[in-house]
Design a protein around this ligand. Structure first.
Ligand SMILES: Nc1ncnc2c1ncn2[C@@H]1O[C@H](COP(=O)(O)OP(=O)(O)OP(=O)(O)O)[C@@H](O)[C@H]1O
Length: 490
């Protein structure tokens, strides 16, 4: 049987009709007499002035409150402390609130997991950073207000190295008449950042205007056993640095009025691990790394300024130190500087000056790197400026085997039937036996692995062909027979 059609069925539901609302409002308004309307208009006219008055009064009152009941600390934009505080505020305050305002920018460094994007220059991820100016929070029974000055925000955002953290001046305020709670908060922020960074090395470089040091990258710590070179030299280097950083050594140096500093020279052909070793050492000893590319420092006074701003306990990496003119001052500079683009505008005396300067005696480690050790002036390499020289050369068979085992370590193997460590070791020996001693740089061999990571068996089989090809390419390039690379003496 068919159901009867109920025309009134819809009426059972209650719908809010906007037209009805407007009609009823209009009816009410029509009941208002002219005097009511006049009062409303008068009130609307006075409202902006009242609002302005209230704002001025509040800023006046707030000024008095600030003066008498609020303590504050200002942290400049480019200071590392600024970064620590912003990191803490973002993680502990802002993230827990449902923030709706963001700054969007194109990510300057490629995301690690975005393998396809890394092949295409044009596809970079959009990065959303919380946009905030003032925030308040309770921390350990104190009320804090953190304000971020956005005056320099646009300039910071134009810097591709800027990641949205720690570029703007911060004012940390706290209700009370003492700044002690703020100092305590700053310590908390520092500890927090240190914990966060314990698995990373922060590399600082000069910003693009050459004005201040900026974190260039944060890299996961590179283990020292991933940098292959003579094991004995590696042990000596490590124990030398360990001894130097021991607080007892510092006291001994101070008590005997000896400058507390240490310098190392890493030398060897390009691609033998000088930069990698410096970064690995920074990770091993929990130090930040300040990178100075000597050829791009405009002048001695810039170098001096850079060194003045480097904190005491860190590693300073002076790359390509041979680019410094061997003349003792700028006046003696020959035309070489203009001919060789790698020549720096810094002079030898400028470099010696910063190495011996006041700040240098407070526990820094200076690592200099060069491909041309024979060109260095003896004034630069004398003990006190360079205390240990470390040669990083072409790869030995022993290191090639270690590299093979590292590349195909069973822990990294995700295949269904991974080889065990004994099988990998035996393949490693077979692999290394086919590589001539001291003929290739570790970075060349790394290039081979990059193309042969699918299977250790294939890698061990393919190496002979690769060696042959590389040797013939090299001899064609150089027009000479490949000879083993000798350990240069200087
Ligand atoms: N001894 C090594 N052990 C392991 N990997 C190495 C070694 N040397 C170089 N590599 C690899 O080769 C690449 C280049 O190395 P790195 O930049 O450290 O060499 P470098 O000696 O500093 O070169 P340059 O003199 O051109 O600056 C890196 O990816 C690094 O992993």
């Amino acid at each position: 049987m068919s159901q009867p059609f109920h025309a009134g069925g819809v009426a059972n539901h209650h719908f809010v009709d906007p037209l009805n609302i407007i009609r009823s409002l209009a009816a009410r308004w029509s009941e208002l007499d002219i005097t009511h309307l006049g009062s409303i208009v008068a009130l609307a006219g006075v409202a902006p002035s009242a609002w302005r008055f209230a704002r001025t009064a509040w800023s006046e009152v707030y000024g008095w409150i600030r003066r008498f009941f609020i303590a504050s600390v200002t942290v400049p934009g480019r200071d590392p402390l600024n970064r620590n505080v912003v990191n803490w505020v973002l993680a502990n305050v802002i993230e827990s609130r449902k923030i709706r305002f963001f700054t969007a920018r194109t990510e300057s460094q490629l995301g690690r997991d975005d393998a396809t994007a890394s092949l295409k220059k044009t596809r970079r991820r959009a990065q959303y950073l919380p946009h905030w100016e003032t925030t308040w929070f309770w921390h350990e029974k104190n009320l804090f207000i953190v304000s971020r000055s956005l005056d320099s925000f646009n300039a910071s955002m134009c810097d591709p190295g800027y990641d949205g953290i720690g570029g703007e001046e911060l004012t940390i305020s706290c209700v009370g008449r003492s700044a002690a709670p703020i100092r305590h908060l700053v310590d908390t922020c520092r500890e927090y950042s240190e914990k966060q960074m314990q698995f990373f090395v922060t590399i600082y470089s000069r910003d693009r205007y050459g004005i201040s040091w900026q974190p260039k990258s944060r890299m996961p710590i590179r283990q020292l056993d991933t940098v292959h070179f003579d094991d004995k030299v590696k042990d000596e280097l490590l124990s030398d640095i360990r001894k130097y950083l021991d607080p007892k050594t510092q006291r001994r140096y101070r008590n005997r009025s000896m400058p507390y500093r240490r310098g190392y020279l890493l030398y060897g052909p390009p691609g033998t691990g000088k930069s990698s070793l410096s970064t690995a050492l920074a990770g091993e000893f929990g130090l930040d790394l300040y990178e100075v590319k000597i050829p791009s420092v405009p002048a001695d006074h810039d170098l001096e300024q850079m060194f003045q701003e480097i904190p005491p306990q860190c590693i300073v990496l002076l790359e390509d130190i041979d680019a410094v003119g061997m003349e003792r001052d700028a006046g003696e500079k020959s035309d070489h500087s203009s001919i060789h683009s790698n020549r720096s505008n810094c002079t030898l005396s400028g470099v010696l000056n910063v190495l011996d300067g006041v700040g240098s005696q407070e526990g820094r480690i200076v690592i200099m790197t060069t491909n041309k050790p024979e060109q260095l002036d003896s004034a630069l390499t004398r003990p006190g400026r360079i205390d240990m020289k470390v040669f990083l050369g072409n790869i030995s068979q022993k290191s090639a085997k270690q590299m093979f085992i590292r590349m195909f370590s069973p822990e990294l193997d995700t295949s269904e039937s991974p080889l065990d460590i004994h099988e990998i070791e035996s393949l490693g020996s077979q692999f290394a036996a086919q590589i001539p001693e001291d003929a290739f740089t570790p970075s060349q061999l790394q290039g081979f692995f990059q193309l042969n990571l699918d299977s250790p068996v294939d890698a061990a089989e393919n190496i002979a062909v690769w060696v042959e090809k590389e040797l013939s390419r090299k001899s064609k390039d150089e027009g000479v027979e490949i000879v083993r690379q000798a350990h240069p003496q200087f």
